[in-house]
Design a binder for this molecule. Structure first.
Ligand code: 5GP
Length: 215
């Protein structure tokens, strides 16, 4: 299996960025990906937005006061941060660096602003944009979710429009029409990126080692 292959342990961890407008079904797909690849680490972001019902501090987010967030930002503890839907969100730098060094892939669920900042610092990061099947479907999913107030839904739709326009800056896109198919597409991207020779180096590919040595 690819994830238990020695090659994986001998390379740097890869950053996979997944961005999507709210309501595109990102959470379900992330959970699916973590089931398929249990060795992938999910980056837990910090946020100043209020906690929603069922969300756990430390698992879904680190829920911080604005002053705490500002202090972390001032200390340079975020690899990226952005204001999204009126709240602050940031990716803690330390677990990200640690994952890369340990050769453990890490998944970042961040918006387009954050994706741009990460790509600048880590050009080998892989960015994937998840799209809903249609605009109408996105509106329906947001209304059904019931976790947000009308004003918040309006703001999220406005942001979605802006975010979708940024798709050309991403490496891949996946349309979430049916969950199993979208999951299969995400899995293919991860598997393919792990097999990039440029990530591994010829000396780290076991069958090549002997062949190169004896030539
Ligand atoms: P939600 O509040 O619905 O969980 O997330 C709102 C948006 O913020 C989503 O687009 C999500 O990807 C984005 N987001 C979550 N964490 C981060 C982060 O650490 N940095 C950035 N830039 N965006 C984030």
């Amino acid at each position: 299996m690819i994830q238990s292959n020695k090659v994986v342990a001998e390379r740097e961890g890869t950053i996979f960025i997944l961005s999507a407008p709210s309501g595109a079904g990102k959470t379900t797909l992330i959970n699916g990906i973590l089931k398929i690849f249990p060795e992938v680490r999910l980056s837990v972001s910090c946020t100043t937005r209020p906690r929603r019902r069922g969300e756990i501090h430390g698992r879904h987010y680190l829920f911080l006061e604005k002053t705490e967030f500002a202090a972390m930002r001032a200390r340079g503890e975020f690899a990226e941060w952005a204001s999204v839907h009126g709240s602050f969100y940031g990716t803690p730098r330390r677990p990200l660096k640690q994952s890369i060094q340990e050769g453990r892939d890490i998944l970042l669920d961040i918006d387009v602003q954050g994706a741009g900042q990460i790509k600048k610092q880590y050009p080998r990061a892989v960015s994937i944009f998840l799209l809903p099947p249609s605009w109408r479907e996105l509106e329906k999913r947001l209304a059904l979710r019931g976790t947000d107030r009308r004003e918040s839904i309006r703001r999220r739709l406005e942001n979605a429009r802006r975010e979708i326009r940024a798709i050309m800056r991403y490496d891949y896109f996946v349309v979430n029409r049916e969950i199993p198919k979208a999951l299969e597409a995400l899995k293919s991207i991860i598997v393919a990126e792990r097999l990039r020779i440029s990530r591994v180096g010829k000396w780290k590919i076991p069958p090549l080692r002997r062949a190169l040595r004896s030539s």
